[in-house]
Design a protein around this ligand. Sequence first.
Ligand SMILES: Nc1ncnc2c1ncn2[C@@H]1O[C@H](COP(=O)(O)OP(=O)(O)OP(=O)(O)O)[C@@H](O)[C@H]1O
Length: 598
Amino acid sequence: MTTRHQDLPVILHNDKRGLLTVEDDKLDVLQLSRDGRPPKRLLSCPLRNFLYTKLAAPSSSPDKLGEKRRLDLHSLGGSGGLKSNTSSLKLVKLHVLVEPINVPEAEEWVETIINASYRGIKRNKRVLLLVNPVGGKGKAKSIVHDTVLPILQSAGCQVELRETTHRLHAEEIAASIELKYDVIATASGDGLVYEVLNGLASRSDARKALQIPIAPIPTGSANAVCTNLFGVKDTFNIPLAALNIIKGQTLTIDLCSILLLPSMTRRFSFLSTALGLMVDLDIGTENLRWMGDTRFMYGFLKGIATMKTCKAKIHLNVVEDDKVSMARKARDRVRERKGSEILGAGINPLANKMNGASIKPDGPKPSNGIDGEDAKLPQPTQSGSHPEQSNQVDGDNAEEEYVPDHGPIPESKPLQPGPDWVMIDSSGGSSSKSSIKRSSVGSFRSNRTRGSENGHPSEVQLAQKNGGWIDGEGMLYFYAGMMPWVARDLMQWPVSISGDGLIDVVVQSVVPRMMMANAITGAEKGEAYWLECQHYYKVSEFIVENFDKAAQPIFTIDGESFPWDAFHVQVHPRIANLLSLNGDFYVSDFLQKHDDKV
Ligand SMILES: Nc1ncnc2c1ncn2[C@@H]1O[C@H](COP(=O)(O)OP(=O)(O)OP(=O)(O)O)[C@@H](O)[C@H]1O
């Protein structure tokens, strides 16, 4: 639904006659000429970028009755949609005068533009803004004060700003705040988002607390969340991130519980879990913070120069491992979305439906009580049930009986690998052809319906697969992720789908250095996905054991390092929320492409 055409004649700041026009989800401020020349466009912005308007109250003094009334307009200037011209966004504040005769029209106009530009989005949000003064290049404070606060205040947001004073401070704050905010914004890198999510998830009212969406402002060195929300080009676009706080729609995401053994401590992850080269790349380059996120590419090149293998035993509960099918599903979903492109305030009916837990309204109702696409969520297993779904209601009366659970996330327990889990053993180091054998049949689960009679995969099936690991291959790295990009220059999980209840896992086998270096070309576009040496699985849970603690003492969760002995990972589907301008992750070219593989 687009806005109907509505004009309002006004007097501009320079006493010239003007016209405010709203049409097709766009506001234009025109200066009219007296001599028949075309009007001059002073401002043109999509309604998504429109922040605030107010018609001044009439003066109470009798001698001023019948005076012109002031009309304020606040917007982010710069035209275009989400993909175009977002780099020029700038706060614009205009005021014009309305003749008494036009006041009734102006009152109607104000209502129209506010309703159209905030369609379904709460106005005057209460924002908790956490600022890490030492994150990234140490400019968070000035960026927040010079750019973010003026935009939020111009939109009528009520902002409570708190600076973090020490490591894990954001987590402490999130664990203890009153749940009165509409948004928690973080000015830092991915680390602060991780801390806020962990703080919220640790509470006795975790499920309620996690309903508050988080909106990142990219002032850290690693801002993968912003790449996933705004795209590579706009990762560091501060006005766009501020706009997201104001106009973003809720994007429901999964979290993972990571249970560390033997300490039995638990952390929550929303982004990534890494072993091997990817750990060295993140942690080994901390002294290169001044390079910004290019330090990760430097670390990658350094890592492939040494080609150190990672020795581990990994058990994966694989739901899918067919690259062609995974890509097709992710691309089909984008095509479905196309019919409901964002308009004006960015209202996306499909995204809203997803956030109401129903992608396919007519889809079967699964036993976990969640509609549509969520029917594909992994079903509880003996070892790794999804306790957060356990109190949801089965059957046809689900809607009537549903009572939201605002309680804690139950404690994690160690998982037991099931008989059909895939086992990856890289403890033997790099491959010797004689020791290579196919991994367990579980990796071919998605082909079972076409399987051979004895239930084992046929040779044809084996040949069809390109996701299956071969025991005896050396492993360069293991990388599990929940969103497509892990950095601007690496789209590691191009077919990751928000809130699908699955973790995308890449196991990179050791290949000649030149081949690895070539894999970097197109890494930011997800092209490495198609490489045979990148085994790709969608999993619901997994277990990782360390086979060389001396040489590889740590692994990373969302870029933070932890001692690595063994750890067990489970998904909590659709339990946390971010804000996003299109109600989903940024749609990559990879997902819009139609190539001959899919
Ligand atoms: N005042 C402070 N002094 C020291 N550390 C802090 C302070 N406030 C926050 N921190 C810590 O700084 C880290 C910020 O990480 P974050 O990822 O958000 O930013 P970053 O600059 O991108 O960092 P990194 O490069 O490590 O990813 C977190 O570990 C957080 O606990």
